[in-house]
Ligand binder design. Sequence first.
Ligand SMILES: [Zn+2]
Length: 439
Amino acid sequence: MNLRLDSALKWLVVSVILLNMPIRPVVPFPADRPANRAGASAQPELPSGPQIRAAMEWFASHRAWIDDEQARLTEIPAPSFEESERAAAVKVLLSAVGLEVSTDKAGNVIGLLRGESDKELVILSAHLDTVFPAGTDVKVHRDKSRMTAPGISDNGAGLVALVAVARALHEARIQPRRTILFVADVGEEGEGNLRGMRALVDAYRERLKAVIVLDGSSIDHVTTKALASRRVEVVITGPGGHSWSDFGIPNPINALVRGSVRFINTRVPSSPRTTYNLGQIEGGTSVNSIPHEARLKVDLRSEGDDELIRLESALRDCIAAGIRDEMETARDRSKGKLEWRLDLLGSRPGGELAPNSPLLATLRAADEAVHNQSRLERASTDANIPLSLGIEAIAIGAGGNGGGAHSLQEWYESDGREIGLQRVLLTLLGASGIVGEKS
Ligand SMILES: [Zn+2]
């Protein structure tokens, strides 16, 4: 008990000290960081000075504006492939802070902040799209600092951070050394299959030095490892008929169910972590018709490439066995048999940031500057694309707290958001470098 009281007291004292400490915009970078011992190119020197301080302070003095814009953007529906209306709203916001804004063929909105040189580029991105289909009620309900709406965190928090950071740099008249592209990109979620980021990296690959992806709110982790995934659709077709008079002909839904039951009994290892999800199932036209089609969408993920291949072939085997079972038990095969195929909906490549990555060292310095701690994580994000090509990339949250991502109860609380935004700003400028005051 004493021990617990003791440590609780210590914690309290430390908390009080921390709470009373002014947030230093920039601290010197300690000499003995592990990243440096591991051989990082140079000790990252975060930019500092009155302009940086002004930019850092901008967030707290515009808290209400940031909250309001987040709510406004979230209320513009943006399912993957239907992002254009929300994209137009972001375009207006980025244009208002003096960026040269364009929209590429994919639908990405790109705001260019010209650096001293545009031979080298840094991208700060946030995805526009949500997993919620058209027609979903996306009205934001606000209660003090809490906002509730589908997509409010993922990626309302990231999108508004993109705009807020661009605006803070503008107000503080900061010019980067490397050119910065502020990008609101399309097609991150689900069947979007990272198409926006693929187009971006394709277009700028030669000059691209770093990609910082803003996704969600959490600042307690940083995604440095890209989780490989495959999304597939099983399609089974058959003759179809009347539930009573044609009873006994092979039924595609039966076959799909038989195959699915086999598949969900497949054992997957916990290391490398490997997962599957039967995410969407459809087929049939009415209760009293034998369907002529059944479809199933499956998401497969693994930390190991071999496991991913194994899992996909297990799915094929199970579906094939389900078809066989259904055909064998069919009483009437005269009207035709079942056909099936497996379509690839999306494939996200894996990849990893090197432990001695300069971008990671910069993020660590930014963490230290805002007194934040974050752990490394593996996830499936827009960063998969640059990471798979060996381009420096991370995905980070934009600050505040959130939860219930991809659910109708998704929520966000903006308390403490400034720390997240400062962390983004410092990491971005650490990656781009800055030049002196604009004339
Ligand atoms: Zn997201």
